[in-house]
Each structure stands twice: as structure tokens, then as C-alpha cells.
Write a protein that binds this ligand. Structure first.
Ligand code: NAD
Length: 476
């Protein structure tokens, strides 16, 4: 049986615990691999490797570091088949989604490999007799903790800016989807990244996370995952005054006004809750529809959703649910919705087509006439499940959209440009997408308001989150 091991200081390393976790293929429910269940000792070894590699990497010219990242991007692009196969077997994604995510993985490396050359400080004028300037220094060793829903894409989003700015890294992929990041680290080294600059420790979050946060040589952590785990990490970080970027969950509102192109909105709103099987932090899972077009729009939406085909093959609209726990959690929400008096307008069950074998597939599910106080409208399901909610007017839409503990993303569908800007300004979310629901550009900063987190990934903005600002004050 193939085993996924740690990658530390340029070498494959068995876990010091000698313990392994089973990895099941979500497309078939059959055991596929064993994954190292590492311990604190493995984290300390990886941090030591990152500390040793730091001076040479930090002191390279930004243009040289950038060139290495662009080479890594090239290698990712030429290994798209291999990386895609590893990732598909772990996540259950169809080929189309996978190709999109690997392309974005390479784009992060290309973008930060280039833009790091434009990272400057400022000169601050306080009058004669002083020359004052600011500069941006890397933190040193950065810890990166990752979820399972888009493994390589999430990894590259944090790894690329952290490396570009001269940090070295200890990364921890989700225990459910570890293989592609280990392979990525190997490829990166072949492409010119020095050994020890990117280390991967594989294992369980409650073991690896605290070990990472408690190692004093780790100077910053970027965490992408659930609110609950983010809070656990935050407690340790508070004790240590350890800077964090937290990219957490969402329950994003997608608002359709009566002046929108309703056909485009129906199609876009379908993608909003089903892309990646709904396992998407920014998924538009609260669909707010103006009451004057409510019935008409729901009819269009149901017609759009009826065209979806669930499965593991390349052309499927969306694939499997990646973990068994998540598969069961989604089904538990069907029961919660039923107890709240809701009947699904479509779906509300697992996809039982015999051609899908024993895999973890869920039908696209829509609940209509949901009110925003119901549990299904308040909690993140992380599956292809949509709550449709009515609103009266613009003010009502904004009030309902903002009545959530989350604030990751939001969608607006309208032809009224004044309304679009007004509502975009009033929504409490880190990213607003208008007249489509996607907007996955590496150049655009992304991150949460409220419980969806703090700090920003993506865009030039991320360079600031992987560096610390220093002022140099010179008396002339
Ligand atoms: P999770 O929090 O269970 O796991 C995320 C990572 O944290 C994993 O590597 C896990 O092993 C680790 N972890 C678990 N407990 C930990 C602890 N106590 N300390 C440190 N690390 C710990 O989340 P998940 O189920 O893998 O991912 C789904 C969640 O991630 C959803 O809530 C989703 O919205 C969120 N997410 C957010 C973004 C974003 O950009 N905001 C992107 C993707 C996913």
C-alpha cells in the first residue's frame, strides 16, 4: 500500500510516531493509501530545516527568488496530469474543475514571482535633517495549515507570496488530501527551490497545529479551514503574540434584484452553490431573491439545476464529497431542514445512480421559502445545498445579507449600476462579485469580515501579510 510521508529538508521522512491514517477514495469508498500521522517531533524537525534554509533564501535578490517561482510554475503546468490524478483520487473532483485549480496554482507562482520585484518601501518626509524610509522584511519561518477542499490551489495561494517575500515554510496539508502537496514540494525542488525552503508535515490538525504554533522559531501562521480550528489556533497564538492570517468559513448571500438578467442569474446562482460540490468557502448558499420575481426566478433556477450531472468523470458538473464526515454532515442538514418544516424543491438526498457505485455523491439540493433565522440559513453546510430567501427591497436585501456571523463573499445581480455600487458598499463581506458568481482572480485580495477571518490572501495585498514593516529613521 502506497504511503504519503513527510517531506523535510529535501527528503522523504517517515513519521517519528510510526503511525499512519487510512485514506479512502471518495469516488469509490475504497481504501487507497496510508498517510503519515506525524507528531510534534516531526514538526520540530521540519522547522529546524526551514530555519537552516532561511538565510540563503531570504538574502537572495527578489528577482532570483521570483525566477525560481516561475520555474516551479512551469513545472506545475507540465505535470498537470500527474498532479491532477493525485488530487482527483483524494478529492473526487471531475477533471474540468481540477484543470481550473491547477492552472490557478501555477498562476499564483507566476504572479508572486513577478510582483515581488515591485515590492517597495516608502520615503517619509519629516523635513530637513532626516532621511526616513520603510522596508518590508520576511517573518522568517512561516507555518501554513490547509483544508481539503482545493488542496493545491489553497496551498499555492499562501506558499507563493510567503516564498516570494523570502520566508521559508512548514506546510501542513489536510490529513484527507496530503499527497499532492508532498509531490508539489518535490517538483519545486527539482525546479530549483533549495532543499528546506518548503517542508511538508503530514498528520492530524490537533497534533500538528499546536506543535507548529508553540515552536518559537515559527513567526507567522496562515490558516485556512473551519472557524472552530481557527479559534483553537488563535488561543495559542494569543499566548505567543503570533501573527495569524485566518481564512475561515462562509454563508455567503447571493442577491438577485428584479432588474437583473434573470437567465444569467439563474445559471450563475447554480454554479454559486454547486461548484466543487458546494465545498467552497465562498459558495453562494443563501440566495436572496426579490419578491416581485421570486416565483419566476425559482422556476428558472430549478430548470438550470436540472441540467447538472453529478459524477466523477471529466465532464460531470460536480464530483464527490471529499470526506465521509462531510458526506454525513450534509445528510444531517437534510434532517435539520425537515425539522424546520422545509421540503426540498429538488434533491435533499444522496445521488443513488448505480453507476456512481459506493462513492460519496449528493444531489443538488434547493430549499425554497427559507427564512434567514433557520439553521440551514445560518450554518455552513459545505455541500451543494441552497437556501432561497425572499426580500422586499434594497434595504431588506442588505439587512438579510448582513444578518450572518460570516462575511466572506457576496453576489449581486442587477442592471442598475447605482444600486450595484450602493449595495456593494453596504455588504459586510470581503469580496463582492457582480453579475457572475466566481471571480477567482489571483490578483484580487480575498478574505473575511466577521467570523470568516482576518488578514488577506491573493493580490498585491498578500505581500504585506507575509512581511513585517520596519521604519529606518536617519538623522543627517
Ligand atoms: P478544518 O478546520 O477541519 O481543517 C483545516 C486544517 O486545519 C486541516 O489541515 C486540519 O488538520 C487542521 N486542524 C484541525 N484542527 C486543528 C487545530 N486544533 N489546530 C490547528 N490545525 C487544525 O477545516 P476543513 O474541514 O479541512 O475545511 C473546511 C473549512 O475550511 C470550511 O469551513 C471552509 O469554509 C473553510 N475554508 C475557508 C477558505 C477561505 O479561504 N476562507 C478556503 C477553503 C476552506
Amino acid at each position: 500500500m502506497e504511503r504519503v510521508l513527510n517531506y523535510i529538508g529535501g527528503r522523504s521522512e517517515k513519521p517519528s510516531t510510526n503511525e499512519y491514517i487510512d485514506k479512502i477514495d471518495p469516488r469509490t469508498n475504497i481504501k487507497q493509501k496510508e498517510v503519515a500521522s506525524s507528531g510534534p517531533q516531526d514538526v520540530d524537525n521540519a522547522v529546524a530545516a526551514a530555519v537552516a534554509a532561511l538565510p540563503a533564501w531570504r538574502d537572495m535578490r527578489p528577482s532570483e527568488r521570483g525566477r525560481v517561482l516561475v520555474e516551479v510554475a512551469r513545472s506545475v503546468r507540465s505535470s498537470v496530469g500527474r498532479l491532477g490524478d493525485i488530487e482527483r483520487a483524494k478529492t473526487g473532483k471531475p477533471g474540468r474543475e481540477m484543470a481550473q485549480l491547477i492552472d490557478l496554482t501555477a498562476q499564483y507562482l507566476e504572479f508572486y514571482g513577478g510582483i515581488v520585484n515591485a515590492m517597495d518601501g516608502d520615503v517619509i518626509n519629516v523635513g530637513p535633517n532626516y532621511h526616513i524610509y520603510t522596508r518590508r522584511d520576511p517573518f522568517g519561518v512561516v507555518g501554513i495549515i490547509l483544508p481539503w477542499n482545493a488542496p493545491l490551489h489553497q496551498a499555492a495561494r499562501a506558499i507563493a507570496p510567503a516564498l516570494a517575500t523570502g520566508n521559508t515554510i512548514v506546510a501542513k496539508p489536510s490529513e484527507f488530501t496530503s499527497g499532492s502537496l508532498v509531490e508539489f514540494a518535490r517538483l519545486a525542488e527539482e525546479a530549483g527551490l533549495p532543499a528546506g525552503v518548503l517542508n511538508v508535515v503530514v498528520g492530524m490538525g490537533p497534533v500538528i497545529g499546536p506543535a507548529m504554533a508553540n515552536n518559537l522559531a515559527v513567526r507567522k501562521i496562515s490558516f485556512t479551514g473551519s472557524v472552530r480550528a481557527g479559534q483553537e489556533l488563535g488561543k495559542i497564538a494569543a499566548e505567543r503574540i503570533l501573527p495569524l492570517t485566518l481564512e475561515l468559513g462562509g454563508k455567503s448571500a447571493n442577491i438577485v434584484f428584479d432588474d437583473a438578467d434573470l437567465d444569467a442569474a439563474a445559471k450563475g446562482s447554480t454554479t454559486a452553490f454547486t461548484w466543487n460540490s458546494g465545498q467552497w468557502c465562498a459558495a453562494g448558499t443563501r440566495l436572496l431573491v426579490q419578491e416581485s420575481i421570486y416565483d419566476q426566478f425559482v422556476t428558472k433556477l430549478l430548470a438550470s439545476v436540472a441540467t447538472l450531472r453529478v459524477g466523477p468523470d471529466d465532464d460531470a458538473s460536480y464530483g464527490a464529497i471529499t470526506t465521509q464526515a462531510q458526506y454525513e454532515k450534509i445528510q444531517a442538514f437534510f434532517e435539520i431542514a425537515r425539522r424546520d418544516g422545509l421540503t426540498p424543491a429538488t434533491g435533499g438526498k444522496i445521488a443513488s445512480d448505480p453507476a456512481l457505485g459506493g462513492g460519496w455523491f449528493i444531489e443538488p439540493t434547493i430549499y425554497t421559502d427559507v427564512t434567514n433565522d433557520m439553521q440551514i440559513a445560518r450554518e455552513e453546510v459545505f455541500g451543494p445545498v441552497l437556501s432561497v430567501i425572499r426580500f422586499r427591497d434594497e434595504a431588506d436585501a442588505v439587512r438579510i445579507a448582513n444578518d450572518s456571523e460570516f462575511g466572506l463573499s457576496a453576489g449581486i445581480w442587477s442592471r442598475d449600476i447605482g444600486r450595484v455600487h450602493r449595495v456593494a458598499g453596504q455588504l459586510e463581506a470581503g469580496r463582492i462579485v457582480v453579475n457572475e458568481y466566481g471571480g477567482g482572480f489571483v490578483q484580487t485580495p480575498t478574505g473575511g469580515y466577521k467570523n470568516s477571518g482576518y488578514g488577506r490572501e491573493q493580490g498585491i495585498e498578500a505581500l504585506a501579510h507575509y512581511t513585517q514593516l520596519k521604519s529606518v529613521i536617519i538623522r543627517l
